[in-house]
Design a protein around this ligand. Structure first.
Ligand SMILES: [Zn+2]
Length: 311
């Protein structure tokens, strides 16, 4: 079990049907079954009604060139367990009624809606975003440049010219709660963020680098602090567009952060009392409830931190 109890993302809520999806006729058979449901995505947004995702009937499959098999639901949630689920991406937003949704359903993205969703709805939305984001920018063969065909129910793109297969990619990124010798937590903020916003530090893993090396390098680069121990706590898929966030807690004896002025423009140490008081009052805003950044901060704190009203 993950030490990050606040992260409920560990339970599998879908059977991705790795064997079944290899069948070239699998999507057609699902398309002919009126019990199949479709999660429709447009520019990263989905239709939401009454704090639940809208799952459209199979008729909407005609509105896209291709669909991707997400899997068979394993739990009763907005969808009953055992529902076969596909996803499509629309080039243009259609009205909710055109997609079999109530007229007052709204197009919302993950950040806008995640905190209200069931675990299963949130996971399906993450999976759909992840695979559709990959298709959007991998339409051609990286070796020879010809358009690729979609195979394995949307999980492989195949090059007809050189026969190569291309698989969905995920970019590992480390995210770190840096703790000082006195137990304080180091948080940072970027120039593009609102002034009062602080989060844990993060960065992409580079080719040829271990996760631990990436933690040490990124923290040194971003805030000039030397890390002497690194412990893994848990992960969260964050496909905006394609990240897998790997969460760590790390220790330092350095006390003087030196923000790089590029990615991080301010860095600040917080004791537990200081952080909770600043967040409760709204002086400081920390990461969103459903993010691994929040889970790391609350792991360090040792409990839930309440946001100021309206933050
Ligand atoms: Zn090729």
């Amino acid at each position: 079990m993950t030490p990050l109890e606040a992260l409920s993302w560990q339970q599998s809520v879908i059977d991705r049907g790795n064997e079944r999806r290899q069948d070239p006729g699998f999507i057609s058979s699902l398309s002919a079954d009126p019990a199949t449901r479709v999660l429709v995505v447009h520019e990263g947004k989905v239709l939401v009604h009454d704090a639940a995702l809208v799952y459209s009937p199979v008729e909407v499959l005609s509105k896209s060139d291709f669909s991707v098999y997400l899997g068979s639901s394993l739990v009763d949630s907005t969808l009953p367990a055992g529902t076969e689920l596909l996803t499509i991406e629309l080039r243009e937003a259609l009205s909710p009624e055109d997609l079999g949704a109530p007229a007052d359903a709204r197009w919302l993205n993950f950040r806008q809606v995640a905190a209200q969703l069931t675990l299963a709805d949130a996971q399906y939305l993450i999976e759909a975003n992840a695979i559709l984001n990959w298709h959007r920018v991998h339409t051609h063969c990286p070796r020879c440049g010809v358009p690729t065909s979609i195979e394995v129910s949307g999980w492989v793109r195949h090059c007809p010219q050189d026969g190569s297969d291309h698989f969905p990619r995920t970019d590992p990124a480390i995210i770190v709660a840096v703790v000082g010798a006195d137990g304080r937590l180091l948080l940072g903020g970027g120039a593009s963020w609102e002034e009062h916003r602080y989060s844990t530090l993060a960065g992409f893993v580079e080719p040829g680098e271990s996760l631990e090396q990436a933690v040490v390098r990124e923290i040194a680069e971003e805030v000039g602090v030397r890390i002497h121990s690194v412990n893994y706590l848990g992960s969260q898929a964050w496909p905006f567009p394609a990240s897998l966030m790997l969460g760590f807690i790390a220790s330092t004896d350095d006390v003087e952060p030196k923000p790089d002025g590029v990615e991080v423009t301010r860095a600040r140490w917080f004791s537990k009392e200081e952080l909770v008081a600043a967040v409760n009052s709204g002086e400081v805003v920390i990461s969103h409830r459903v993010s691994i950044a929040r889970a790391l901060i609350e792991h360090w704190y040792g409990g839930r931190i309440e946001d100021a009203p309206g933050k």
